[in-house]
Design a protein around this ligand. Structure first.
Ligand code: AMP
Ligand code: MG
Length: 466
């Protein structure tokens, strides 16, 4: 029985997965597969990940949660198209108790599907699968994806498409919204039960009189660290609703996400986000807004004053983590006055001259090449002076270990999707998976994957329909 199921029927419901028609395995994450110690043949894996067979006779469950969507409270959501199908004891990092939950996304309707079909289309599944690998490669905390399965099952969105299933893996898939659901119903016993469960399973080191305060402090910290790394690596989530916020500070629920390409901090990756609520530069403040909703939901366990004080640690933590990452990106190991300004001046030049964020930062390691660009000449004089004060020998290696060469550019995902949809060719998914899983390595011969968006892809937009 799944640990989460032991919480009781108020928290989840048994479901039956609906198998896909003519399923086929498109890709599997062999590293994760090995980390989990799985010993299944590909055909056994396919049966499980396509929803045809249970994993170790475990009854799948879907959980109930609520959430603030685009600022408005929705009192009841839930796993509408995902379900937990298993858990594996493992030494994989991320869980103190060393177990990982297995979850299928797109295995058919659940009691929380509302009017929707419980399915996920191939294109959005490819995006989730590749982005999970990309985030892991960038050392950003994330749910992982073990497998991607395609099928001939037809689903209707704007057009007729085919359904796919991604198997997600995480120590827990619990969201802020799980707490919000019970708090909004005044069910404080259930709020406590859920908090105790998360603490026991995932934060066992937290004990004693201030256990809930320390738990919340840890969630605040993890969320701040996660969002700091989004900002440093140019990731925009796109739908930072509280039902998409992991209680472990994992990036989750990949939808209309996007990586910053041309440097523009007001970047909105989600075509449906008309007001830019989840614009790239809004993410840090939205993180705090979401944590404040979690604090509200935990108000029966944590005194309001205490919660406020804990929330105040967020900004400091985020700035600390972000600054540390940015300093590394610029090859600065010592902390000098004026560094912050130097970094911001460079970013401002990127903005003015509409430069590619990732390529420009990766390019910083090659000063000769950068000096050929007149736009940077005055800044380079300052940077040279500053570098002279550093005594580090392996500056280039250090910088290349934090400035990725490869990110999941929208057009690259789109090319992989079109090849898969139009020609049933999955080679690009495989290539991208390899590059994105180790994005700091040179991967000589794959330079074309670092190129900026071609003309046809410049207006590409991604919406919530998935
Ligand atoms: P999202 O914005 O993708 O995080 O989804 C918001 C809510 O809608 C969640 O409760 C999902 O489970 C649910 N949902 C999204 N798409 C579907 C679908 N095709 N079928 C059932 N539920 C869905
Ligand atoms: Mg979601």
């Amino acid at each position: 029985m799944l640990n989460f199921a032991k919480l009781g029927s108020e928290f989840s419901t048994k479901v039956q997965t609906q198998p896909l028609d003519q399923p086929f395995l498109i890709h599997k994450n062999t590293q994760l597969y090995a980390d989990l110690g799985l010993v299944l043949t590909d055909s056994e894996l396919l049966k499980i990940t396509s929803g045809e067979e249970k994993f170790e006779q475990i009854e799948p469950i879907a959980s109930i949660y609520a959430g603030h969507q685009f600022g408005h409270f929705n009192p009841q959501l839930g796993d509408g198209r995902s379900c937990l199908i298993g858990q594996i004891e493992s030494n994989a990092p991320g869980s103190k108790r060393g177990y990982q939950e297995l979850s299928l996304k797109g295995a058919g309707p659940t009691p929380y599907s509302r009017q929707a079909d419980g399915r996920a289309v191939l294109r959005s599944s490819i995006r989730e699968y590749l982005c999970s690998a990309a985030m892991q490669g960038l050392n950003i905390s994330t749910t992982q994806a073990l497998s991607l399965v395609g099928s001939s099952t037809e689903v209707y969105r704007e057009n007729l498409e085919t359904a796919a299933i991604v198997m997600r893996v995480a120590p827990t898939h619990i969201r802020f919204g799980h707490f919000e659901l019970f708090a909004s119903r005044g069910q404080i016993v259930q709020v406590k039960k859920l908090a105790d469960f998360v603490i026991e399973q995932h934060f066992p080191e937290l004990q004693g009189a201030k256990v809930y305060e320390n738990f919340f402090l840890e969630v605040v910290k993890r969320t701040a660290v996660m969002i700091a790394s989004w900002q440093a690596q140019g990731f925009a989530h796109g739908v930072m609703n509280t039902d998409n916020m992991s209680i472990l500070g994992l990036t989750m629920d990949y939808g209309p996400f996007g990586f910053l390409e041309t440097y523009d901090t007001s970047f909105v990756c989600n075509h449906s986000d008309h007001e830019g609520r989840y614009a790239f530069d809004q993410q840090p403040s939205i993180g705090l807004w979401n944590l404040t909703r979690l604090a509200d939901a935990l108000s029966s366990l944590i005194d309001t004053k205490q919660a406020k004080a804990i929330l105040q640690t967020y900004e400091q933590q985020l700035i600390k983590s972000y600054s540390m990452l940015m300093r590394q990106k610029f090859g600065l190991t010592q902390q000098h006055e004026g560094d912050h300004q130097l970094i911001n001046q460079f970013l401002e030049l990127l903005r003015i001259h509409k430069k590619d964020y990732t390529n420009s930062l990766r390019g910083l390691a090659d000063l000769e090449k950068l000096s050929a660009d007149d736009n940077f000449s005055s800044w380079l004089v300052l940077y040279d002076q500053r570098l002279a004060e550093e005594k580090i020998e392996h500056r280039v290696e250090l910088m290349n270990s934090v400035n990725p060469k490869f990110i999941l550019r929208n057009y690259l995902a789109e090319e992989a999707i079109r090849e898969a949809e139009d020609r049933k060719c999955y080679d690009k998914i495989s290539t991208l998976f390899n590059l994105l899983s180790s994005p700091f390595e040179a991967h000589l011969g794959f330079e074309s994957y670092t190129q900026e968006a071609p003309k046809w892809a410049q207006g590409l937009s991604v919406s919530c329909s998935s």
